[in-house]
Design a protein around this ligand. Structure first.
Ligand code: 73E
Length: 804
């Protein structure tokens, strides 16, 4: 009997798998479907993690530690099977067992569905932070919503995005544990009398949890996701008795709609009633659970702020500030001052944006109707707060207006970011530049009032997800150089790779890994788009949500410029490139969708023309998600981070790509600034306006048309956009000429010149590989483990609790 690293005899895994197939799926090896086997496999892996979880829970119970509770409306967890196999050390046993049974592990992995409970960077960050919390042995629980439908599935029809529902639990989710006996009531509407709220509608929140194991540790934490269930009382028996079945179930449908679907929006406000209901639903369920857990080990309220710290991921869960006040005042009978001290000592708020249109506000009239008691409490919080402001700035009504939680014009609205800053002990931005701009612009009056409350915690990414799982070849090469795998828990150790940049044999191996990864990507691109990419061409990738400020349009304009140059025969200095796009647009975001159509139209032009495709081929890979990232990032040579400076809070694909040895072409925006500082200006392609210059240019009265008139190559590019597909996308060109909100024309020439430099650098492949290695070696800082340690030191003050 062989004993593997988890102490589990290899054939025991097989026995357990077969037992789960029989006992959990009720079937036999002979008649089992692939789905049966997949589910039995998942359950077998899950069982082992549960054993670890039970020990972690016991340790936490005994030590009564301080917990971090992470509240987020989004989590992009990625596939669970490969991660849980790796983290539990079971991959060899699983592979052996499957082989003996004549099954293909890859086929089973295809059946593992990624829970797409988020839109983009914000949701993936939440998942990376949970991964790092467990890896760092920090007691933590993540709270979120278990949407029935995750982020839509994207396909293209005639180049246009088509959205389809993502029914991710259609075959059941083997990774979760539902607890229908632990439902929590959540109130909506109704009236308040003498400070007592009687809701009109009660919806039940039903929790499910999933296990969040740490890597290289025994710790297993939890993520708890809530789904809405109608209370039994909402079934209208009298209507049913009258045979009006449809109406009888109306109320059920209305209640359960709350967790029906993720809002497919990123970085824009949407402000619909159902969204506010989702937010209130999440925070009510989460707080009830947090209080229940606190009471398992503590009595009274004195120790609450010592044992509990709650991180608010953007403004989406900020109603928690009012809800915790309501619980303390109305249910626990605390007085205002004591309750407020507790609230202010509990919450911390992370802001993820600078875009004013992304700062959430809710009409007072809506909050009053949906959550009347919360509205009263918000008024009271504001009343006390404005007294404090009046003391700090006597007679300064401008300050009062600027800082107030209530915006008066043009309509009375609750500013959720203001409620967050007032109700939190700490506020942070997600990259150095972002935190600075928050203090100087978006939240300036608050930073002047309470400078000590403001922090920076630069984002990070999970090296397990984006190196070990995504890029086993590079992980293997690095481990062989560093002598072990431990760098995956201590990413600063990547710096030990630096000398290898000067080792030509190592550079050859590095290049071989990149090439093999590009080959995998080319195979995938061919299968899903029909485009044949050349595995020797530079993989030039832009993967992120489609948003005007991110400027995918500028990327396409470079390709159009190349089209013209090739047609004119100006091919000196050009290198073959695979231009790869991935990303979704919010379904109602027409401007972004037009740019997608343009990208697909340009792709058709280059791919369908031999002369052009000798230099450029273009693949827009549909349905970009975590699994897509795992495939694209390891293959990438060039990382496009070209947002208008001052608009991208941080970016995280920039970090994942640099870690995997891609060189960045980018502006001084978000975390690009810190990436460049670390990898070195010589190993980074910088171009464009900086944030200050961008603001100044706008203030001076930006006229895009004058840039058009002054640069013939730019003119040719825009005229091409206006006429491609018989003028179907003329609006894109018109918008550039008349508005160009994100200064695309102003940065065009600098971008083109910088891309020429990129091509030149690619020609010296050995020098490029050296830069690639240095990018990886110097990106250890961008580990989410470091992010979590920063939060721990500056904001949470949470000691690690490793298992005894
Ligand atoms: O720069 C990214 C950042 O890297 C930012 O745009 C993104 O958050 C990432 C992680 O910090 C973000 N997403 C949202 N706001 N900022 C957002 C807003 C509304 C709905 C969903 C997501």
């Amino acid at each position: 009997m062989t004993v593997a690293n988890d102490g589990v005899p290899a054939d025991e895994f097989e026995t357990d798998l077969l037992r789960n197939l029989a006992h959990q799926r009720g079937t036999t090896r002979q008649s089992a479907s692939a789905q049966d086997i997949y589910q039995a496999l998942a359950l077998t892996v899950r069982d082992r993690l549960v054993d670890r979880y039970v020990k972690t829970a016991a340790t936490y119970y005994e030590t009564n530690p301080r917990f971090v509770y992470y509240l987020s409306a989004e989590y992009m967890l990625g596939k669970q099977l490969p991660q849980n196999l790796l983290y539990s050390g079971l991959q060899n046993q699983a592979r052996d067992a499957l082989e003996k049974l004549g099954l293909d592990p890859a086929e089973l992995e295809d059946l593992d569905v990624e829970p797409g409970l988020g839109n983009g960077g914000l949701g993936r960050l939440a998942a990376c932070i949970l991964d790092a919390l467990a890896t760092e042995d920090i007691p933590a629980v993540g709270y979120g919503i278990r949407y029935d439908l995750g982020i839509f599935k994207q396909t293209f029809e005639d180049g246009a995005q088509v959205e389809r529902p993502d029914d991710w639990t259609f075959y059941g989710n083997p990774w979760e544990f539902a607890a229908p006996d632990d439902q929590q009531p959540v109130g909506f509407y109704g009236k308040v009398e003498d400070g007592k709220w009687t809701p009109d509608e009660i919806v039940l929140g039903e929790p499910s949890h999933m296990l969040v194991p740490g890597y290289g540790t025994q710790t297993v934490n939890l993520i708890r996701l809530w789904r809405a269930r109608a209370s039994r009382a909402s079934f209208d028996l009298s209507r049913f008795g009258e045979g009006r079945y449809g109406e009888a179930v109306d109320a059920i449908v209305r209640s359960e709609n709350i967790s029906k679907v993720l809002y497919p929006d990123d970085s824009t406000e949407l402000g619909r009633e159902l969204r506010l209901k989702q937010q209130h639903f999440l925070v009510t369920c989460a707080l009830r659970d947090i209080v229940r857990r606190y009471r398992l080990r503590n009595t009274g309220w004195d120790a609450f702020t010592e044992k509990v710290t709650i991180q608010l991921n953007d403004t989406h869960p900020v109603m928690a500030v009012a809800e915790l006040m309501r619980v303390l005042l109305d249910e626990e009978g605390l007085d205002w001052d004591r309750a407020w001290l507790i609230v202010r000592g509990t919450f911390a708020y992370t802001c993820h944006t600078l875009l004013p249109e992304a700062l959430e506000t809710w009409p007072v009239a809506l909050v009053e109707r949906l959550l009347p008691r919360h509205m009263e409490i918000i008024y009271l919080i504001n009343f006390h707060f404005l007294q404090e402001v009046e003391q700090a700035y006597p007679g300064d009504t401008g300050r009062l207006r600027e800082l107030s939680i209530i915006q008066e014009e043009p309509e009375r609205r609750v500013r959720m970011a203001h409620l967050a800053v007032v109700g939190a002990k700490a506020v942070n931005g997600v990259a150095e530049l972002h935190s600075k701009l928050l203090r100087e612009t978006t939240l300036r009056p608050f930073a002047e009032l309470w400078p000590e409350r403001f922090h920076n915690v630069t984002n990070g990414v999970s090296p397990r997800r984006f190196m070990l799982i995504a890029n086993p070849r590079l992980t293997g090469l690095i481990s062989s150089r560093l002598g072990d795998h431990d760098w995956l828990r201590d990413l600063d150790r990547l710096s030990e790779l630096e000398p290898a940049a000067d080792d030509s044999a190592f550079r050859d191996q590095w290049r071989e890994v990149k090439r093999a990864n590009r080959r995998d990507l080319a195979r995938y691109a061919r299968a899903v788009t029909g485009v044949a990419l050349d595995p020797d061409a530079m993989a030039d990738v832009m993967i992120k949500r489609f948003h005007e400020y991110k400027r995918q349009l500028l990327r396409v304009m470079h390709v159009i410029t190349l089209i013209h140059r090739i047609r004119r025969g100006e091919t000196a200095g050009l290198v073959p490139r695979s231009v790869i796009f991935g990303g979704k647009a919010a379904p109602g975001y027409y401007a972004a969708k037009r740019i997608m159509r343009l990208a697909n139209a340009v792709a058709d032009v280059v791919n369908g023309d031999q002369q052009l495709s000798a230099y450029v081929r273009m693949a827009f890979l549909p349905n970009y998600n975590v699994s897509g990232a795992e495939l694209i990032i390891p293959a990438a040579d060039l990382s496009e981070q070209i947002s208008l400076a001052g608009k991208e809070a941080s970016g995280t694909s920039n970090m994942k790509l640099a870690l995997n040895g891609a060189l960045t072409i980018g502006t001084l925006d978000g975390a690009n600034v810190e990436i460049r500082d670390r990898v070195g200006a010589d190993n980074f392609f910088l171009f464009g306006l900086d944030a200050g210059q961008a603001v100044a240019l706008k203030q001076a009265g930006y006229r895009p048309r004058s840039w058009y008139e002054a640069d013939w190559e730019l003119r040719e590019t825009i005229d091409f956009i206006a006429t491609i597909d018989g003028g179907a996308l003329r609006e894109v060109a018109d918008d550039l000429l008349n508005r160009d909100e994100y200064l695309t024309l102003a940065d065009y020439r600098a971008y083109i010149e910088c891309q020429d430099e990129v091509a030149h650098a690619w020609e010296d492949r050995d020098a490029w590989t050296r830069m690639s290695i240095l990018n990886a070696a110097r990106s250890g800082f961008f580990s989410a483990d470091r992010t979590v340690r920063d939060y721990g030191r500056e904001i949470w003050h949470t000691p690690a609790v490793p298992e005894a």
